[in-house]
Design a protein around this ligand. Structure first.
Ligand code: G3P
Length: 217
């Protein structure tokens, strides 16, 4: 399973990328706005830090605007993935980018039917929003399982990118449900390393080691 960071924070990205465990980055208009910096510069900096896919989202809602913005974003670096909304125009743009060999991430997916259309349009990634479905009173993780079954039934090669992740349980549940990747807020990525029993075990081992009076080096 590939793990992406859902962030535009360059310092945080540098820190977590140094673990060698960050496979890519996703961004959205909210995260770009939060950065307070010009989008094209932010995406270019992220692409220099991460070799894997970097999703950059269009803001236009009409087809011509999506195509123009998507081409401009894709020209920033070879690892840019053009992120498009799951609308009729967004899926037409997805098909056109697929023909041009430009990678796409179809976002704001909330149903298996939408995911089926995105795969037929040739999307590289589909982003089901787990947390927002949970917030809405639905079972977000069921959507991952449904999309996995449909994509496997018809051998679609669109990657399932679990998005809107709220906690580490979402990450492991998405992995169990067969998601190809998940995009995580930095705090949740950092939380994946942690377990209280790991901390307790280290504390006990260090205490016992100090009593042993030994040295490895
Ligand atoms: O970037 C897409 C998605 O991960 C956003 O998540 O937390 O705003 O629902 P959230």
């Amino acid at each position: 399973m590939q793990l992406f960071l859902d962030t535009t924070d360059i310092d945080v990205l540098k820190d977590l990328a140094s673990t060698g465990l960050v496979d890519g980055v996703t961004t959205n208009p909210t995260l770009i706005a939060r950065s307070g910096r010009p989008m094209l510069k932010v995406i270019a900096e992220i692409c220099e830090l991460v070799e894997g896919p970097v999703s950059a989202e269009v803001a236009a809602m009409d087809l011509d605007g999506m195509m123009a913005e998507g081409k401009k974003l894709a020209a920033i670096a070879p690892n840019v993935v053009v992120k498009l909304p799951l609308t009729r125009e967004g899926l037409i743009a997805t098909s056109e980018f697929a023909v041009q060999g430009i990678q796409t991430n179809v976002t704001l997916c909330f149903s298996a039917a939408q995911a089926l259309l995105a795969a037929k349009a040739g999307a590289t990634y589909i982003s089901p929003f787990i947390g927002r479905l949970d917030d809405y009173g639905a079972q977000g993780m069921d959507l991952i399982s449904e999309i996995r079954a449909i994509y496997d039934n018809y051998e679609f090669d669109t990657n399932i990118l679990a998005a809107s992740i709220r906690h580490t349980g979402h990450v492991t549940d998405a992995a169990l449900a067969g998601a190809d990747c998940a995009t995580l807020p930095p705090k949740i990525f950092a939380d994946l390393f942690k377990h209280p029993l790991t901390d307790l075990g280290i504390s006990q081992f260090l205490s016992d080691w100090s009593k042993a009076g030994q040295s490895i080096l």
